[in-house]
Design a protein around this ligand. Structure first.
Ligand code: NAP
Length: 313
């Protein structure tokens, strides 16, 4: 049987690495299983301007590298690989399978994050980070969007929040929604629609994203779902806010989650329904979804795991 770990951290975004820093400093010698995208979603953002401590902003990759180095300095071990199957959280010790190999541990911290839901267009993938983005808070203030027409896709609270935020930067914000009524909460919907810079585009879907200038968004092609009429809207940025999908599918049946797949924890702790298993970051949080809130919950998860280990004796 392989060595018994104290704690295995599943995921290597802000939550995972922060949990690793705290667990390592508590002498738990944690093992971090990175997942398919080491560093998580933040590595896809060029400049992170809202992470405290970096007055000039910090490159997403650099920030994650710094967190990794900080965790490793205190003894965290990194295993590049994914927990993709056969998770036995109910077993004692907990059993995980990392790329086909078993790993046994007394505690586990689930920090698998969430992915942005995508439209699924070829042009969306091609222009990702070249005007197509999934985070107004991260990218909205970038100079390329200043005083330019912008597009937000979606009709939920996220889309409304993004659109409102972008009114600070864009000359106008087109809010493209596939129905004629927003899904967002009433107060948010009313506030959004009342904003003079926000122009709703109802019953419409984005059919294509244009880059006439090559490698920079110049507009979107929109199709009206009732009349099938196709129009073009010039814009410098397309902010897609059609929801998130937590990366929790492999834990179904083992960890309690809500109907959208977000893991349930016994708030204010990070404890899940499975003994010795803690969860933090974007796979738990459907509201804030910021690097700094993920980091904070990663810290809490490590402290919860440490207490659990002390109780296990
Ligand atoms: P959401 O509520 O699931 O809304 C997603 C929106 O995107 C919907 O309007 C949906 O259209 C649209 N959509 C989904 N797939 C699409 C596609 N393929 N093409 C075009 N449009 C598509 O997601 P969310 O706005 O991210 O919110 C998630 C949760 O977080 C909600 O519970 C929300 O209340 C909460 N939240 C709260 C706050 C806050 O309180 N400040 C802020 C953000 C989020 P349909 O309406 O037609 O389904």
């Amino acid at each position: 049987m392989p060595d018994l770990e104290n704690t295995v951290i599943i995921g290597s975004g802000c939550a995972g690495w922060t949990a690793a820093i705290y667990a390592a400093r508590a002498n738990l010698n944690p093992l971090v299983v990175t997942g398919a995208m080491p560093g998580g979603l933040l590595t896809t953002t060029s400049l992170v301007e809202n992470y405290p401590g970096f007055p000039e902003g910090v490159d997403g990759n650099r920030l994650m590298e710094s967190l990794r180095k900080q965790a490793e300095r205190f003894g965290a071990r990194t295993r590049f690989g994914s927990v993709v199957e056969a998770v036995k959280f109910a077993a004692s010790p907990i059993e995980l399978t990392v790329d086909g190999k078993p790993v046994f541990t007394k505690t586990a911290i689930v920090a698998v994050g969430a992915g942005h839901r995508h439209l699924g267009l070829e042009s969306e993938a091609k222009l990702d980070t070249k005007g197509v983005t999934y985070c107004a808070t991260c990218d909205g203030p970038l100079p390329v969007f200043r005083n330019k027409p912008l597009v937000v896709v979606g009709g939920g609270d996220s889309a409304c929040e993004e659109a409102m935020y972008l009114t600070r930067f864009g000359s106008v914000v087109h809010l493209i929604h596939r129905r004629d009524q927003l899904r967002a909460s009433k107060i948010m919907a009313e506030r959004t629609l009342a904003h003079p810079k926000i122009r709703p585009v109802w019953d419409s879907v984005v059919q294509d994203i244009l880059d006439v200038k090559k490698d920079a968004v110049t507009g979107v092609v929109v199709r009206h779902v009732k009349t099938q009429a196709v129009t073009e809207i010039p814009c410098a940025g397309v902010f897609i806010a059609i929801g998130h999908e937590p990366n929790t599918r492999i834990f179904k049946g083992q960890l309690d989650m809500n109907e959208n797949g977000y893991l349930k924890v016994r708030s204010p702790t990070t404890r899940t329904n499975a003994p010795g298993v803690f969860a933090c970051g974007d796979c738990v949080d459907s509201i804030y979804r910021q690097a700094i809130t993920a980091a904070g919950s990663g810290c809490a998860a490590a402290m919860d795991a440490e207490r659990d280990l002390a109780a296990q004796g």
